[in-house]
Design a protein around this ligand. Sequence first.
Ligand code: HEC
Length: 182
Amino acid sequence: MTRKRGMTLLGIFGSLLSTLGCGGTDAASALGATDGGDSSATTREAATVPKGAEAVMKRKCATCHGDNMAGSTKAIDGVTSDPRVELYAPNLTPDIETGLGDSSVADPAKRGYTDLALARAIRNGYDKDDLQLCPQMTHFAEMTDFEVFSIVKYLRSMPPVKQKILRSVCPPLKSKAEQSGG
Ligand code: HEC
């Protein structure tokens, strides 16, 4: 990472690009754009479960992800008029198999969501494997660290629910064939 004097504009452009996922693709670097240093670590630590519950209510996450956050087993209606799109909001409870998974697993292919990756999914629309989520899942790009990490804490505090959710379809990003192919 090089930083030259008088290149502020490029710097801003660069962080915008990485926010959009065109630059660095690891969760930490993309988050860096909105994360800025030590003070945000304090904000993150200040995050609380009740504030997360409030934020989830205010942002209406449950309209798609369900009151128990265990996802939608039926395709969500009324989000788009595109007939090819089928949206199933994933299970956001801490269930290891069907929910957010176990973030301490060494194998990246089997690793669950880390807190940073969750924050990035919510704000920037990328999943834990760096793949773009269907754009119909709103990007809450303006969310503060305090709010997003409060939501993360709240999700982690929920009772795990074992409920497998179908993969969403939103061509060209996610095709029907991939859904059945697994
Ligand atoms: C309009 C319906 C809708 C709303 C509202 C919504 N989501 Fe989602 N969300 C989705 C869908 C659909 C997906 C799956 C997209 C995909 O698979 O590409 C998703 C994916 C996610 C993921 C990634 C999960 C995974 O397994 O990869 C997270 C985390 C998430 N949403 C959190 C939230 C939070 C937190 C809120 C509220 C602040 C919220 N969502 C609001 C529909 C919604």
